[in-house]
Design a protein around this ligand. Structure first.
Ligand SMILES: NC(=O)c1ccc[n+]([C@@H]2O[C@H](COP(=O)([O-])OP(=O)(O)OC[C@H]3O[C@@H](n4cnc5c(N)ncnc54)[C@H](OP(=O)(O)O)[C@@H]3O)[C@@H](O)[C@H]2O)c1
Length: 388
């Protein structure tokens, strides 16, 4: 009888929504996976519980002072680190066969790249990695022969719908979008929506940043850019369809007019389990989808009400550092909106103003995107003074 190897997993962003769901999948499959390292930010209460339960060999947190707090009252035995260096060490832990990249935002880029350089397969939730540095990341993954398995439910669906088909037969891929909490909200009302309203996503329970991005449709725009690199398709072959039920996770249309779709309940444990176990399929704890009475609607996105989606296609067309700039300006604007210091509709104005001021340069090294990210954050703060 063949002996089944237990796969070592490193989790970046273990205390977040994807991190917690990943640990649930692992908890259900102890004969397949073992946690070897965890990286988190500042939620030490939850991290302590995770350390007690999963006994990783290495943990990392955001800062040295958070690490001191973590060690207080719990002199756990595993090795530890902090900051970028700590996250990189967690990402490239020698015992990890796969690294789950689920730190929120641009902070996920360098640890994910470190994991690729260390030859780890990647379960990729951190879409910013490809948005900021798609060509470099894909080149490095190819060079190291590592698999980039999408965790974003849309990209997981496309990945599954492409399987067994020829890429040259693809007419287009169709990313579905729920439309978020403001799908039917009148445009004028968007001026006054509050963070609490924007955080009430109708179908998905996610981190705060991605939930606001889903309300503006920036998230879908970032996913268009992610898909461009992950599937090596031009923007003209990537379209978006609003699908309020979030049951069809995305589709591929072929030249003969056939559309292959992947369906499932809106539960991230599904795509996470698929990425962890690929090419096998395991149960990660997602429920069965009830088919009786299922209603599936699709509609065109309203680019007047949600102009951020159009901006993402513009950034792709600008090329080079423009997507990294779009991402950084959005991170700053969303942070200010969540603090109640920027109206919802001004998120678009900030991103478009910063993009307009940007002269993109070709991305030849990570330093190019890091510099563009820094520039865009400064530019976004300058722009926001006009709206503050
Ligand atoms: N949630 C979803 O359903 C979903 C779906 C598809 C893709 N994604 C993508 O997955 C990523 C994570 O999303 P999420 O919803 O899980 O976010 P989240 O709930 O906000 O969690 C973010 C995680 O990153 C950690 N973190 C933040 N900054 C860090 C840093 N500088 N160093 C180390 N750790 C840091 C946080 O730690 P603390 O909380 O301890 O501070 C937390 O563990 C995003 O890129 C998102 O776009 C998410």
């Amino acid at each position: 009888m063949a002996v089944k190897m237990i796969k070592g997993i490193a989790i970046l962003g273990s205390t977040g929504s994807i991190g917690r769901n990943t640990l649930e999948v692992i908890r259900k499959n102890p004969d397949r996976f073992r946690v070897v390292s965890l990286a988190a930010g500042a939620n030490i209460k939850l991290l302590k519980e995770q350390i007690d339960e999963f006994k990783p060999e290495f943990v990392s947190v955001l800062t040295e002072s958070v690490l001191k707090d973590l060690r207080k009252d719990s002199p756990f035995l595993c090795r530890s680190g902090f900051g970028l260096e700590g996250a990189v060490e967690a990402a490239s832990h020698p015992a990890a066969a796969m690294t789950v990249s689920a730190i929120a935002g641009a902070a996920g880029l360098l640890p994910t790249m470190a994991a690729i350089k260390a030859g780890k397969d990647i379960a990729l939730a951190n879409k910013e990695t490809l948005v900021m540095a798609g060509p470099l990341v894909m080149e490095e993954a190819c060079k190291k022969g590592v698999k980039l398995l999408p965790v974003d439910s849309e990209h997981s669906a496309i990945f599954q719908s492409l399987s067994g088909h020829r890429k040259e037969d693809v007419r287009r891929i169709i990313l579905t979008a729920s439309g978020g909490p403001f799908l039917n909200t009148p445009y004028e009302r968007l001026e006054t929506v509050t963070p609490d309203e924007a955080l009430r996503h109708p179908n998905w329970s996610m981190g705060r940043k991605i939930t606001i991005d889903s309300a503006t449709l920036v998230n879908k725009g970032l996913e268009v850019i992610e898909a461009r690199w992950l599937f090596d398709l031009p923007a003209s072959k990537i379209s978006v369809s609003i699908h309020p039920q979030s049951i069809v996770h995305s589709m591929v249309e072929y030249t003969d007019g056939s559309i292959i779709a992947q369906l499932g309940p809106p539960d991230m444990k599904g795509p996470i389990a698929y990425a962890l176990s690929y090419p096998e399929r395991i149960s990660g704890g997602a429920q069965t989808l009830g088919m009786a009475g299922l209603r599936l609607e699709f509609m065109e996105p309203d680019l007047i009400r949600f102009p951020c989606l159009g901006l993402s296609y513009e950034a792709l067309a600008m090329g080079g550092t423009a997507p990294a700039v779009l991402n950084a300006a959005d991170e700053v604007a969303v942070g200010m909106f969540l603090e109640g210091r920027l109206p919802f509709n001004a998120i678009f104005k900030v991103i478009s103003d910063v993009l307009e001021k940007h002269s993109p340069v070709k991305v030849t090294a990570l330093e190019d995107v890091i510099e563009a990210d820094r520039w865009a954050r400064d530019a976004a703060h300058v722009t926001m003074r006009c709206f503050g």
